[in-house]
Design a protein around this ligand. Structure first.
Ligand SMILES: C[S@@+](CC[C@H](N)C(=O)[O-])C[C@H]1O[C@@H](n2cnc3c(N)ncnc32)[C@H](O)[C@@H]1O
Length: 252
């Protein structure tokens, strides 16, 4: 299901700032019970997958991206970016602020996209600091998608072999796929590791596409984690792995 760009009025959205190594971003807050009728649950598999909470991995990821940009290892300028399992979407928002040509945000729940991701993107892009505004120009294309990782490739525009792939008509690149994929705290569940990895492979542009992910080594109680995910990646052998500040960068 693709989320349209309408913001939901059913849940109250409040905002506070978060300082990430000198960069101030805004993080919205929406009550889980107002959106899903759930009380303070982190997630309910198959119904609500935790997107309303801001997980610390996304803060770590933004900090790692900042230092990658500062060290000259990474640029978002003119790049097509996909954030998987976005929730608040702070890594994708950072990509917007850094001048990405397109940033596509994906979450399992359309409710999360409507009640949180879209207001959060709007808040950050309209309130950006002048110094950052100079870097970016907020003219990049921003789109939102909701759905399961096992199916969402059918909706995403820049997927290899997808009829919707606009690589040849966009003028940005003749290469299919996304230049940069971002994801934080997405590998907690053993049952979705394979579909997430298959999606990553379909979406990453070859040969220069990169995936930046931040995750815990192990998620107690659910069994997934970066160790299990990286063993899926290594077994398949198509990705080259590098570690960036305890986070992992996979390069196809
Ligand atoms: C733990 S939350 C992390 C949210 C955000 N990245 C952060 O760090 O704050 C996991 C995210 O992955 C998404 N997700 C989990 N399982 C999914 C699935 N099977 N298909 C699509 N998205 C999924 C959820 O919707 C949610 O946004």
């Amino acid at each position: 299901m693709a989320a349209n760009s309408q913001v939901s009025a059913s849940a109250k959205y409040t905002v506070e700032s978060v300082n990430l190594g000198g960069l101030t971003l805004l993080k919205g807050r929406v009550k889980t019970h107002e959106v899903f009728g759930l009380s303070n649950s982190d997630l309910v598999p198959g119904k609500y997958e935790g997107g309303l909470k801001l997980w610390e991995g996304s803060l770590d990821l933004v900090k790692a991206l900042q230092s990658e940009v500062k060290n000259g290892n990474l640029t978002f300028c003119e790049k097509r970016v996909l954030e998987l399992g976005c929730g608040h979407g702070l890594p994708g928002i950072f990509a917007c602020l850094q001048g990405a040509a397109a940033v596509h945000f994906q979450d399992f729940n359309a409710e999360v996209i409507r009640c949180l991701t879209i207001p959060n993107v709007n808040a950050n892009l309209s309130e950006k600091e002048p110094s950052i505004a100079n870097v970016t120009g907020s003219s990049g294309e921003v789109r939102f998608y909701a759905g399961d990782w096992s199916e969402i490739h059918e909706l995403l525009p820049h997927v290899k072999g997808n009829k919707k792939d606009q690589s040849h008509s966009s003028g940005h690149s003749q290469v299919a796929g996304y230049d940069i994929i971002l994801m934080a705290e997405t590998v907690y569940s053993i049952s979705t590791l394979q579909s997430l990895y298959e999606l990553m492979k379909k979406c990453t542009s070859h040969p220069h596409g990169v995936v930046y992910m931040a995750a815990k080594k192990h998620y107690f109680g659910v069994g997934g984690g970066s160790r299990r995910f990286l063993s899926v990646v290594e077994k398949d052998g198509e990705l080259v792995l590098e570690y960036v500040q305890n986070n992992c960068k996979g390069i196809i």
